[in-house]
Design a protein around this ligand. Structure first.
Ligand SMILES: [Zn+2]
Ligand SMILES: [Zn+2]
Length: 294
């Protein structure tokens, strides 16, 4: 993980990539489009089953990582996991799956697991936020010694999803015992859908100021770069290509050129195009064009 200083200065940007054919294949997809950062699912994200990684899976992954231009890998947990699950069955199942995810990341040498805090469904928001903190404490205790940091992703606030304001994310973090095991991932589409207007300079500065006041930049470890299909405050989570949605290109330039965010991986979760990669090439080209030359 301490290699590749030769490309320091290049942007830390990339995309979520499929692992179809083996975890290691994600690096081939990432290199093909010129990623320096990469996000993967370490298992099928729509299923509960967690097949154990074999020694061969891990060796192939580590070998591919060493040969790749990717400098930082993050994992995204399964969409089924709800760390504030309203039933005991869902909660226990979610905690177990989350612990397994952290364990897989430890074995693969992945430093960050990004997760959506969950849906409160029948509970009130306050108790749900407390339950997320409790689940994190439980998972951190069960994986004590692992260097894996769990990153709360800001949500669009669709349905009963919690974590759509920096304040709610801060509330979860305030209940976490091991502060070094927790951080935040901002998703540009989600914060915009949740009401943070980042389209112009004043709005961007105000949003980042609020982030600094409620959470603080040391907690920010990853950013999902998605334009939004729906309008400000829509609470609808629909990703669009960079510059083709309601947010617009300019906002991504603010993030790219923000000196506080230079070391933060910025990762696309946008559609790939029919051939499976050309839209990543296009979106990454747009992002690179926004970087100010010094
Ligand atoms: Zn995201
Ligand atoms: Zn999303």
């Amino acid at each position: 993980m301490n290699k590749k200083n030769d490309i320091a200065g290049d942007l830390l940007i990339g995309a979520h990539m499929s692992v179809a054919g083996g975890l290691y294949t994600a690096f081939q997809r990432a290199d093909r489009v010129g990623c320096t950062a990469l996000q993967i699912f370490t298992k099928n994200s729509n299923q509960w089953n967690d097949p154990a990684l074999t020694a061969e899976d891990i060796a192939k992954y580590r070998d591919a990582e060493n040969k790749s231009k990717v400098r930082l890998v993050v994992s995204h947990d399964s969409y089924l996991i709800n760390l504030c699950g309203a039933t005991q069955e869902l909660l226990l199942r979610s905690r177990k799956a989350f612990i397994n995810e952290i364990e897989r990341c430890r074995l693969l040498g992945i430093r960050y697991v990004i997760f959506h805090p969950g849906a409160h469904t029948t509970q009130d928001r306050k108790s749900a936020l407390k339950l997320v903190s409790k689940s994190l404490n439980y998972a951190h205790d069960a994986t004590a010694g692992a260097a894996v940091v769990t990153l709360i992703e800001t949500t669009a606030g669709q349905g009963t999803n919690v974590g759509s304001s920096f304040g709610e994310v801060a509330e979860i973090i305030s209940g976490v015992k091991s502060q070094k095991r927790v951080g935040v991932c901002i998703d540009t589409c989600h914060i915009f859908a949740a009401g943070y207007d980042i389209r112009n300079r004043a709005g961007y500065d105000k949003t980042m100021e609020e982030f600094e006041q409620t959470l603080g930049f040391p907690l920010l470890r990853a950013i999902h770069f998605n334009d939004a299909k729906k309008t400000l405050n829509s609470h609808v989570d629909r990703h669009e290509h960079i510059g083709r949605g309601e947010i617009g290109k300019q906002a991504f330039g603010f993030f790219i050129n923000d000196e506080r965010l230079v070391d933060i991986p910025k990762i696309l979760e946008t559609p790939k195009g029919d051939d499976g990669f050309s839209m990543d090439v296009e979106n990454l080209k747009v992002l690179r064009s926004l970087a100010k030359k010094s």
